[in-house]
Design a protein around this ligand. Structure first.
Ligand code: THG
Length: 367
């Protein structure tokens, strides 16, 4: 179709060569990197994740490292979730908000040491943000990007594959916890996490020169379970109700609107960015919320992943922020970011190119 011009602005993934060798057919951009989005067989890739095991280059989930005596303070100032009980070796899903309480990223925070944290970020520039806040608050902390690149192994058979490489102790890891170790001389942090609800692990490669080696080790170890390449799977994530920052959010979305209220601790100190706004929004109640939409029709639609307006009784009430064919429900499904006046069970119309598709609102997740 067309090529991509290499430049210093586009950081290569350590797994890039390996994914090319394995037949990647499409990429998206994320954090100034390329992420594989297809290996040419979307339905096979989906069922492999649901029934087997799939491996994904998610090096685009880049790490923002906070290092120094004030690293913990900065992590808390940036995050509206209480981190006082976060242990070394533990990860937590957190909401980063700006001063208006608007969501600006939804990373996994990893506490590497008392004075060292990583934010494993979604698609927005948090190095700028963290450095600016650290400087303004006069904190003793260095913000940088370490040489770290996650490789996800997801699906019901992921545990068997990862255990065959690292040992049975990986089954004892609790959700979002991790351990630093190595395999055949490749340093990695093994975490129980990943952007699917099928279970699995993320191997954070700690030496970018060994990407092809790690990819091929996992590929080889996974052969008995029929492992294959995949990517954060849009069909599964919509069925499972997983949020995509920047896909399902706009410049005005707060955590309460997108089911992240449980990660906002209103009692955190007043110096946490956005907490005063979040307390106010919590008091008055958000104006939108996130629901599922089950669309009429038994054929995959071409609604795609751009936002489409949602109407009820001829009045615009919200947006469809994604839409995909569910192979398990045999329906088109998507997320609505919609007025809190609209509730589960309501009938709505999604409008695209002047054509209207009927849908019913439901709670998330679908499955
Ligand atoms: N892995 C790593 N980094 C990441 C992602 C990842 N950074 C960006 C992006 N993904 C962060 N976003 C999410 C969104 C949802 C979840 C994880 C990362 C998730 N949510 C579960 C849910 O909503 O049901 C569980 C949340 C919980 O129990 O706390 O897993 O994938 N390294």
């Amino acid at each position: 179709m067309f090529g991509i011009t290499p430049s210093a602005r586009l950081r290569p993934s350590p797994f890039f060569e390996a994914t090319i060798a394995d037949g990647v057919t499409a990429f998206t951009t994320y954090n100034h990197m390329l992420m594989p989005t297809s290996f040419g067989h979307p339905e096979t890739e989906y069922w492999r994740l649901i029934n087997g095991v799939s491996m994904w280059d998610v090096a685009v989930e880049r790490q923002v490292q906070l290092l120094g005596p004030d690293a913990g303070r900065l992590a808390q100032i940036l995050s509206s979730r209480d981190l006082t009980k976060c242990h070394v070796g533990q990860g937590k899903y957190v909401a980063l908000c700006n001063h208006a309480g608007t969501l600006i990223n939804d990373p996994i925070l990893l506490k590497m040491a008392e004075d060292r944290y990583w934010l494993s970020i979604a698609d927005s520039n948090i190095w700028f943000w963290a450095r600016a806040i650290a400087a303004e608050r006069k904190l003793n902390v260095v913000v940088s990007e370490p040489d770290v690149s996650p490789l996800a192994v997801q699906g019901p058979k992921a545990g068997a594959v990862v255990a065959s490489l690292f040992g049975d102790w990986i089954h004892e890891l609790k959700y979002f916890w991790f351990k630093e170790t190595s395999v055949q001389g490749i340093p990695v942090a093994v975490a129980r996490s990943g952007w699917s609800k099928q279970g699995g692990f993320e191997l954070y490669l700690l030496d970018g020169s060994q990407g092809t080696k790690l990819w091929n080790l996992v590929k080889e170890a996974g052969k008995p379970w029929d492992i294959g390449p995949g990517n954060p799977n849009v069909f599964e994530r919509i069925e499972s109700g997983l949020l995509s920052y920047g896909g399902d959010t706009d410049d005005n979305t707060n955590p309460f609107e997108v089911r992240m209220g449980k990660y906002v601790d209103l009692y955190v100190p007043d110096d946490v960015i956005g907490i005063e706004a979040l307390r106010r929004i919590h008091r008055t109640g958000p104006v939108r919320h996130q629901l599922g939409v089950l669309l009429e029709g038994d054929e995959p639609t071409a609604l795609g992943f751009l936002w489409h307006s949602i109407y009820k009784n001829g009045v615009k009430v919200g947006d469809l922020t994604n839409c995909a064919w569910s192979y398990r429900l045999k329906k088109n499904i998507g997320f609505a970011l919609i007025s809190t006046q609209c509730v589960r069970g309501d009938t709505v119309d999604v409008i695209k190119d002047g054509k209207s598709v009927r849908g019913t609102l439901c709670e998330l997740p679908f499955i």
